[in-house]
Design a protein around this ligand. Structure first.
Ligand code: UD1
Ligand code: CA
Length: 471
């Protein structure tokens, strides 16, 4: 683009129909706030600056969107401008006008239209070419509620008429305004000054700039697209859910196009980024969040929730497994078997061929090749060597109430069932810990360690008898 682009995101409206305490633009689609999605797209345009207009719930919206905007490594300056009270979309952009430099193009976006693609906006900016008023439009079979694009006999755009102000003839027009426009800032400034609120809603309509542009002899272009999802706005929980589904369907299709086999494309939810190798199978009702990378031939069973982790080639994640590496990440090694009902937490680093079975929790622990914890166990802050077998019901007592300590279990150790390893402690290579032991001291390599009460037996023991009734 040969001209600087300054983005204005309108996010001050109330969103009454959401019937929520939370401002509308902070409601989430595929795991990200609606307005955050708009900002992500803006960042992808290499905009010079982004201005967000806030009003209703401004403190919350500003706090929710403050994360830095990054475009190809560079930070895009993000500023907030308040609109109090909210007197319409034209009034909203009037609040941003003082901070918009004259030499750029203003791209107006709505905080509640989350799925517009960067390429669409690039095309709109190209149409604007730094000198025209370019409107993103769409033909809708049911255009009720939207502003209509009024064209002259020769096709030239003459005005946008809001539904509430439209005549019956105008209401029959199916080409609608998306709420998105690209406009040379120096022209916009003059037109904004001429807005009034003499209309059905007594609002200052941004859409009225079109008639001023026409009057001034500025070229007005309607850039019409056919993909309704890209201009769909969210006004109610029903619309939010419908848009979420439509988006998920699209994402699922893209995965299948890459060769990923989904048991049912209608039953997957992707809320972050998912990279898949070849021959990945994903069963129904899985949710992926954050950054997930899956290697060749991995199988994911039904009802798994998987976030922020890497799963290497050939691993199998059985049903109902929960993995979330959060900031630290988590790794499942090649050929590992996880679950069903397993839980991997931040810092779980599992090597190749590791087995984690049902009701086993692993946090901030490394497990080397071939180590196994198959039933009902906890490994926290542990370093586990190759081929270790960690028995059912065993736990690392890693927390003394104030600090966390590490447990080291060297290669080829066998930990029996129901053991407590009180950290810091090291179990020497090849050692064995008898079932039910509470281990508080380091053990020598190769040793058998047993730390539990000695068994006693009373011969021919008679259990107490119930007294006869009334006696
Ligand atoms: C607007 C357009 C309409 C278009 C439709 C597309 C106007 C006058 N009409 O109508 O032509 O077809 O979008 O979805 O622009 N907002 C503010 N401050 C305000 C009012 C609104 O920031 O005072 C924000 C809202 O938070 C929202 C956006 O502007 O993000 C659009 O406002 P909304 O009231 O939804 O406009 P529509 O009536 O849908
Ligand atoms: Ca709207």
């Amino acid at each position: 683009m040969s001209f600087p682009v300054d983005v204005v995101v309108m996010a001050a409206g109330k969103g009454t129909r959401m019937k929520s305490q939370k401002p509308k633009v902070l409601h989430r689609l595929a795991g990200r706030a609606l307005a955050q999605r708009v900002l992500d797209t803006a960042a992808g345009l290499n905009a010079r600056s982004v201005v967000v207009i806030t009003g209703h719930g401004a403190d919350q919206v500003e706090a929710g969107l403050r994360a830095p905007l990054l475009a190809s490594g560079a930070a895009v300056p993000l500023q907030f401008v308040r609109q109090e009270p909210q007197l319409g979309t034209g009034h909203a952009v009037q609040q941003a006008e003082p901070v918009l430099p004259d030499d750029g193009v203003t791209l107006v976006l709505s905080g509640d239209v989350p799925l517009t693609e960067a390429a669409t906006l690039q095309a709109l900016l190209s149409a604007c070419a730094g000198q025209h008023l370019a409107l993103l439009t769409l033909n809708m079979p049911d255009p009720a509620g939207y502003g209509r694009i009024v064209r002259a006999a020769d096709g030239a755009v003459q005005a946008i008429v809001e539904h509430k102000d439209a005549s019956d003839t105008q209401r029959a027009i199916t080409e609608i305004y998306s709420g998105i426009m690209a406009v040379p800032t120096r022209l916009l400034r003059g037109w904004l000054a001429r807005l009034d609120n003499r209309n059905a809603q007594n609002e200052y309509y941004l859409t009225d700039v079109v008639k001023f542009a026409v009057a001034d002899g500025c070229v007005v272009l309607g850039h019409c697209i056919s993909d309704a999802l890209q201009v769909a706005g969210v006004n109610s929980p029903v619309q939010l859910a419908a848009l979420e589904r439509a988006h998920q369907r699209r994402v699922a299709h893209a995965l299948m196009e890459q060769g990923v086999r989904l048991a049912d494309p209608a039953r997957i939810d992707l809320r972050g980024t998912l990279e898949c190798g070849q021959d990945v199978d994903i069963d129904v009702n899985c949710v992926f969040d954050g950054c997930v990378r899956i290697g060749d031939g991995v199988r994911i069973g039904a009802n798994c929730v998987i976030a922020n982790c890497r799963i290497e080639a050939g691993a199998v994640i059985h049903p109902f497994t929960h993995i979330d590496g959060e900031q630290a990440g988590a790794t499942v090694g090649a050929g590992a078997l996880i679950g069903p009902f397993a839980r991997l937490r931040p810092g779980a680093q599992l090597g190749a061929e590791v087995h984690i079975g049902n009701f086993v929790e692993v946090k901030n622990s490394t497990m080397a090749r071939g180590a196994k914890a198959n039933h009902l166990a906890y490994l926290g802050d542990a370093t586990v060597g190759e081929r270790v077998n960690y028995g059912a019901g065993s736990i690392t007592a890693n927390y003394d109430g104030a600090n966390k300590h590490r447990t080291v279990i060297e290669a080829d150790v066998h930990i029996g069932s129901n053991c407590v390893l009180v950290a810091p402690v090291t179990i020497g290579a090849g050692g064995t810990v008898g079932g039910g032991s509470t281990i508080t001291k380091n053990t020598e390599p190769g040793a058998l360690s047993v730390a539990r009460g000695k068994q006693t037996s009373v011969a021919n023991y008679q259990r107490p008898q119930k007294k006869p009734a009334g006696g």
